[in-house]
Write a protein that binds this ligand. Structure first.
Ligand code: AMP
Ligand code: GLY
Length: 424
């Protein structure tokens, strides 16, 4: 089977690596891909938003299965277009992807179907939003309704700060049309968990638990990023909590989407806040997490392709995914300055040496080639990922690898996985 993966970050590198190992697959293509991906797939120079060209490519190459990594093409309706053209594709259609592309939509869905989430209100009028902020006590969280690359959520500690943020989003439009509407919600205490599952629109097949580190700096300080590292499994997710997440969140969400006439097929990712036995949904994503995909796919023993093919062809998602017992930790190495302005074009050394270390893989997020050198070409540059017999071992292994690659232009957190240690 010929497979096309759409995307070009660390998540897509991990997907191409995993898919290329499937005995069912004869060729993997990736659009646009990156330098690391080109070790496992033929990279095709088509942007993820250029759906017409992706359709033409899939037809010309007789691609039998297309897998979409990022949210943007899903929110633009890539699945609808491919299906209209009779092409097989994995992911939610545009209406179902609204679970991620509109926070107002997902919050109202949760309210209607009693799926636990923070108390909230939505506004498209600045003055009404300001009045509400004056009524409820900070801290509170303001979220631009639409997609904003993980940057559209701002935690406000004072009323003045909240009003300033509303002005930036709703009047100055710092996130463009994504800020036409805002969600304002209560600030939740607790620990975050990423819960990711496959679904055929009815059945839910969960992956193992994982935890992202969204803040830039150690100790979860500093601005939010796309994710600075992740590990799996997340020991905070006990078997009891896992069952509760399935029963309170995952299954009701899939049922709710079906009841709304927006049957949800693909990967459903719930970002959760856990406080003791209390579970609340912070957000949904309509795709694999990045960087969560890197440690999860490295731990996955089962072939991922049969389940994806089954769902994309209208079959039933059943069975359990098998996992290696090892834990896995992924540390993102970013260009210094990210998530603000950052340098590009500097050389990165020793990647191949690290890739050859036992139990370590270097997934590329933002790299390109300059003559024979690999150079940085994005904010998040690499996702160094290691297996270990337990989380402390995986932490030791990953930081040994990261320190080997480290240079003056790269930045990484030094505490990825540390939060897990208190549970083991
Ligand atoms: P979201 O894109 O909605 O998941 O928000 C991005 C990040 O902001 C989350 O991963 C949390 O770290 C934080 N966040 C979002 N909503 C809340 C909330 N209600 N309370 C506390 N932190 C939140
Ligand atoms: N790691 C968070 C995300 O993929 O949105």
């Amino acid at each position: 089977m010929k497979v096309l993966v759409v995307g070009g970050g660390g998540r897509e590198h991990a997907l191409c690596w995993k898919i290329s190992k499937s005995p069912l697959v004869t060729a993997v293509y990736c659009a646009p891909g990156n330098v690391g991906i080109s070790n496992h797939a033929s990279c095709v120079d088509i942007k993820v938003t250029d759906i017409d060209s992706l359709v033409r490519f899939a037809k010309a190459e007789e691609i039998e299965l297309t897998i979409v990594g990022p949210e943007i093409p899903l929110s633009l309706g890539i699945v609808d277009r491919f299906e209209e053209e009779g092409l097989n594709i994995f992911g939610p259609n545009q209406a179902a992807a609204e679970i991620e592309s509109s926070k107002a939509y997902s919050k109202n869905l949760m309210k209607k179907y009693d799926i636990p989430t923070a108390f909230f209100s939505t506004f498209d009028d600045y003055n009404e939003a300001v009045n509400w902020v004056k009524e409820v006590k900070p801290p509170l969280v303001i979220k631009a309704d639409g997609l904003a690359a993980g940057k559209g959520v701002i935690i406000c500690h004072t009323e003045e700060e909240a009003i300033g943020v509303l002005d930036d989003i709703m009047n100055s439009k710092i996130f463009g049309d994504s800020g036409n509407q805002v969600v304002i919600e209560e600030f939740l205490q607790g620990e975050e968990v990423s819960f990711i599952a496959f679904t055929d629109g009815e059945n839910v097949v969960p992956l193992e638990s994982s935890q992202d580190h969204k803040a830039l700096l150690d100790g979860d300080q500093g601005p939010n990023t796309g994710g600075m590292g992740a590990y799996s499994p997340a020991p905070i997710v006990t078997p009891e909590l896992h069952a509760a997440i399935m029963n309170q969140v995952m299954i009701p969400t899939v049922e709710a989407m079906k009841a709304e006439g927006r049957e949800y097929k693909g990967i459903l990712y719930a970002g959760l806040m856990i406080n003791g036995s209390d579970i609340k949904v912070l957000e949904y994503n309509c795709r694999f997490g990045d960087p969560e995909a890197q440690p999860l796919l490295m731990r996955m023993r089962s072939d991922i392709v049969p389940l994806i093919r089954e769902i994309s062809t209208g079959g039933v998602a059943k069975g359990e995914i098998q996992w290696y017992d090892d834990a896995s930790v992924c540390v993102v190495m970013a260009s210094k300055g990210y998530p603000g302005d950052y340098k590009k074009g500097f050389k990165i050394h020793r990647i191949n040496d690290v890739d050859n270390m036992e139990g370590v893989l270097v997934f590329h997020s933002g790299t390109s080639r300059d003559d024979e050198h690999i150079v940085a070409n994005g904010g998040r540059v690499l996702g160094v990922t290691a297996l270990g017999s337990n989380i402390p071992d995986a932490i030791n292994a990953v930081y040994k690898a990261v320190n080997y690659i480290d240079n003056d232009s790269l930045y990484f957190r030094t505490d990825i996985g540390k939060k897990a240690l208190k549970y083991i």
